[in-house]
Design a protein. Sequence first.
Lengths: 230, 385
Amino acid sequence: MTAFSFQLRQVSKRFVKGKETITIFDGLDLDIPAQDYVAIMGPSGSGKTTLLNVLGGIDHISSGEVYFDGKRVDTLSESQLSRWRAANVGFIFQFYNLMPVLTAAQNVELPLLLTKLSRKERQKNVATALELVNLADRAKHYPREMSGGQQQRVAIARAIVSDPQVLLCDEPTGDLDRTTADEVLAILALLNREHGKTVVVVTHDPEAASHAKRTLHLNKGVFVERTKLT
Amino acid sequence: MNQGLLVAKNLGRRKLRTILLLVAIFIAFFLYGGLESFQRAFYASSDAAASDRLISVNKVNFTLPLPVSYAARIAAVDGVKHVTYQNWFGGYYQDPKEVLFMFAAEPASYLDVYSDVVMPAAQRQAWLADRGGLIVGRTAADKYHWKVGDHIPISSNIYSRSNGSHTWDFTISGIFTDANEKAREGMVLMRHDYFDESVTFGRDTVNMFMFTTTSTQLNDRIAKAIDAQFANSPDETTTDTAAAFNRAFAAQLGNIALIITLVVATAFAAILLIVGNTLVMSVRERTREIAVLKTLGFSGTTILAQILAESLLLALLGALLGLGFAALLLKLISSITAGFVGSLLMSWPVFAAGIGWAVLLGLVTGAIPAWSGLRLRIAAGLGRR
C-alpha cells in the first residue's frame, strides 16, 4: 500500500477582500506519496504559494480535508500545528529568512530549541546538518558574511536539522544564479534520494522543476497538467 | 544557544537604539531611587519619633525664642513626664561649609526625654559632669573621625562669646547611637549651661521644649493645656507631637511627597511611551522573522514570552543601572551631610519597589508588541499573500 505524506480532499481556499470573495482554489484533490519529489509550477497568482502554505499548516483552508501521514491536520489548533510543523516539516524560502543576529550554526539550531535534546546533542545535529550542505567551515559566520547560495544552504540545514519527513520549498532558487541554484537543487535531490525526504518545490524555474520526479502545473487553482519526469 | 540568548541577541541588534532606551529607563529609575530615598529620609524622623513625645515652639515661628522658664511651667502640667529644651547653635567645624547638626541641650533632662539615645554609662556621666563636654552621634563621629576624649574647636555662625570669639572649645564626652531614630546619629549636642553662660545674646531663651507624657492618650489635652497657659503672652506657644512637628517642618519646604511623586510619575509616563513605542517598532521590523520562527514550530505563546522577556530584560537592566547609580550617589551625599537629613542610603524596600516598577514597566511596554507577535498570522508575516 502506498504511504502518503499529504492527501488533499476537496480543498477550497477563499479570501474575503473588501466586499469581494476571491477563490484561490476550489475542490482541489492532491496526493503526495512519501519520498516523492514534486515540483509545482504555474503563473503568478495561480495559488502555488497558498497551496504550499496549506500543506505546511501555516494557512487555513476554507473547506475540505488535509491529511498528513494518514492523519487529518486541518482541524488542529494553532499550538498543535506548531508542534506538528516542528516535528514533521522543514521550510525553505526564496529569501532564506535567516536570523541576522545569529550565526549559521545558531540559525540551524533554532528548530532544535523546541526539542528535548541536550546542548551536546543539538550541537552534534547542527554539525551534521551543516556538513550535509558543505558549510561546516562557516558555522560561526553570520548571514551578512555569506553569499546568497551559502545562506540558502544554511536555510536547508535549518530545515533538515530536526529530521522532518517533508521539505516544503518556496522558490528556493529564485534569488540565486544558475550555478548556485544547481548546487542547491542537487542538495534537495540528494535529500530526497538518499535520505528519503518528501520534497515539494514551488517554482517558476523549469530547470528547478526538472530535478523533481514529477511536476504539477497549477493555473487559477486547478491542476491543468501533470508531468511525470522520472 | 538557548532562547535566552535569542532574546539577548534581539535586544542587541540595534545597539544605539538599545543604549538610548537604557539611558531613558536609567534616568527614570535614577530619579525614582534618588527622590524616593530622599523623601523617606526626610520623613524618617517624623515616622520614627516616639508617639509620647511632644514639642512646644514659638507660635509665630519655631526659629523664634521662648523663655527657658517655660520649662518648669510645662513640667507642672498634669501628665507631663520629662521636659527638656534645646537651642540651634549654628555650629560648624573648621570650615563654615562644614555645618553641624548641633544643638545646645540640657543634658540630664535631654537623656530622660530621648531615652533611645544610647552610650556607655561612663560617657554619659562624663557629659553630665563636664560643662565643656560634647556628645556626638555615631554618623557625625565617623565623618569627622572624632573619638571620645578629643579636644575640638567648634564655631558658631550665629552666636559670639563675650570675649568676641565665635569659637568654643569642647571635649568629646561620648559617642551615641539611636537605633530608633537614625537621623539623630548625625547630631552634635553641647550643654545648654555652657552655651548660656558664654553667648552675648539670647540668654535664658530656647528654641524648643521637648517633653514626654505619661500616656499618649493625654497628648491632645496636654498640648491644649500648655498652649492655653501661654496664650495672650508675648511668647505664645504651639504644641504638637514630635512626629507632627517634623512633618510640619518638612512641609515648610513644600509638599515634597507630591513634588517627588509628580516628577517620578512624569518620568515614568514619558519612558513608558518612548520604550513602548520603540518596542512596537522594533517588533514590527521583525515581523518576517517572527513569522519564520512560527513556521519553524515556535508557538504564539513562546513568541509572546520572548518579546516580554526582551522588554523585561531591557527594563530591569535600565532599572538596575539607575537604582545602582542612585544608591552610589546617595551614599556619597550621605557621607557629606553626615545624616543631616536622616539616613539617605537607599533602603531595600526602595530598591525592591524599584525592581517591582521595572517589572511592571517591562510588562506594560512589552504587552502590545508581544500580543502582536502572538496574534501574527504566519502567511501575512511572511508577506506571502
